[in-house]
Design a protein around this ligand. Structure first.
Ligand SMILES: [Zn+2]
Length: 157
């Protein structure tokens, strides 16, 4: 069963999208975006649900484990993924080509920013859309790879 918080995000994002443009983007990496949007990616918050672990105990195994590993933690907060996250925002910045817009996004509250990343709700010219989508999908792919870096998870257990 999909959690209430998750469902709320999906409804927020879905409403903002006119079309599921990202589905046209080739590659398995798109699945990551789809799963994160739907709140079914294999983060601890999802895995713990399956094993009936209390939500507050579904903590991140990658960093210091003080927080629940949900979409916000993974995309926006996990301290172990700072390098990958900075690279993602660097690529997003390269596509946006607008420091003001980038700053606006960075200064959003976390929920809005994660919605923006997952919803890719842009008020941009059409021509930028595929590039931005690509930068985000690539960024999420690298975040996920960072999360699975050999030794990282073991070292923090
Ligand atoms: Zn973490």
């Amino acid at each position: 069963m999909v959690g209430k918080t998750t469902l709320m995000r999906y409804q927020r994002i879905k409403r903002k999208l006119r079309r599921e443009k990202f589905l046209k983007t080739a590659g398995w990496a798109v699945k990551r975006l789809v799963r994160l949007r739907g709140g079914v990616e294999r983060l601890e918050v999802v895995r713990g649900r399956r094993f009936q672990v209390r939500r507050e105990d579904r903590r991140c195994l990658v960093c210091d484990g003080r927080e629940v590993e949900d979409e916000e933690h993974f995309i926006d907060r996990c301290a172990a993924l700072t390098t990958e996250r900075n690279e993602m925002w660097g690529k997003i910045g390269d596509v946006l080509m607008c420091p003001h817009k980038l700053r606006m996004i960075r200064e959003m509250n976390e929920e809005q920013r994660v919605d923006w990343v997952l919803g890719t709700e842009f008020d941009l010219g059409h021509w930028k859309f595929p590039k931005l989508q690509g930068a985000i999908i690539q960024g999420l792919k690298e975040l996920w790879a960072g999360r699975g870096r050999p030794g990282l998870r073991d070292a923090c257990l």
